[in-house]
Design a protein around this ligand. Sequence first.
Ligand code: ACO
Length: 430
Amino acid sequence: MANKIYKLSDPSGKTADLPLREGSLGPGTLDISTLNKDLGVFTFDPGFMATASCESRITYIDGEKGVLLYRGYPVEQLAEHSNFIEVSYLLLYGELPTKQQLEGFRNSLRRHSMVNEAVLRFFSGFHYDAHPMAMLTAVVGSLSAFYHDSTDIHNPRHREVFAHRIIAKMPTLAAAVYKHGTGQPFVYPRNDLDYCSNFLNMLFSVPAEPYKVDPVAAKALDLLFILHADHEQNASTSTVRLAGSSNTNPYAAIAAGIATLWGPAHGGANEAVLNMLRDIGDVKNIDKAITRAKDKNSGFRLMGFGHRVYKNYDPRAKIIRATCHQVLEKLGRDDPTLELAMRLEEIALKDDYFIEKKLYPNVDFYSGIIYRALGIPVHMMTVMFAIARTAGWVTHWQEMISDPHMKIGRPRQLYTGEVKRDYAEINQRK
Ligand code: ACO
């Protein structure tokens, strides 16, 4: 709803009215959609530093205060009381489910967890050491060639089936990615197991011997999935929205999100954090690492530190940090990397550079340590993130496609290239 009108005038005196649209929380946004019509100019905001790309009712972040709400519920409460499937339902449908709704959702996910055998055959084309995110991007994209019964994106039931399918199939595909890398046979999903136990079973069981899922591991995984489930208009979610805005096949839109998540400035950071901690190696090398991170010419950043939105402690990092010790202890793992990470955090948070720039640990600073304790190798960590974030991606895609005013995303630019010039024949060129 527009309450206040901001006025903008150009040097010739022409004016544009910019209505301020207020949300239910957070700063309002100036509606500039008629600016070009009124004043003949565009706005310039690389990296979306001050631009809301859409209206959304899903997730709210207050970066200054370190607040994260899914559909209004604080992530801390969901982490303590809920589970990933319930959170996925909440994101997708906007409300916490009743017992019956939750059971229906779980059953639907169970029924959609297998993938077409032909999809599994795609893996034989990948080299054994292909990066898991490369394989995941490709096989999720390949789902566009299947499931034609549910890809009429203008049909709400089709969209719902798609949402259930992709949430259900991600663990199966992620486990297949892992198995391909290890050379072990694929393991099919088991309907008698919950979402996270089923995933762990598909990852770690082998036909040669029985495998029992450790409930502590399943619970820890569930917690990480809750914390990674959504984060409003981050780079991968915005990519899913932009790709989806062309009305493309939704599996292709999710594949675009996975490709974006892969980057070390985004979801690839959990992998980068563990590699960084391995390189630092010892508490005595921390000072050197901090000095390098502060030196712009070094090209080195403290991975897992800093966030575009959080200028305070990332609430997800706070939860993971608190659980890290507990999980490691319950799993009987003693990981010196945790001590190193905590010491690094302590030193960085006292350093003027990090204080001034408001650089705090983000969700990925500690998540890798728990994943590793669960037996998940470093190069699989962004894949884990992708499984959880699928719930968010698909919810944002749904919200966008079901909006009757949805338009294809089409940013404008400030052109600074050559002005018009005539083609020169090759022998006339200098
Ligand atoms: N180490 C050292 N310096 C840093 C770091 C860092 N981790 N992060 C930011 N800075 C500095 C920048 O050099 C910059 O300094 P300047 O103002 O003197 O030029 C300033 O802090 C602001 O940083 P920007 O890169 O401009 O901030 P932006 O919002 O664009 O980037 C980002 C945020 C990409 C997360 C950045 O903090 C970073 O690269 N962090 C490390 C990678 C990481 O952990 N990514 C995971 C993000 S969370 C997620 O996606 C799940």
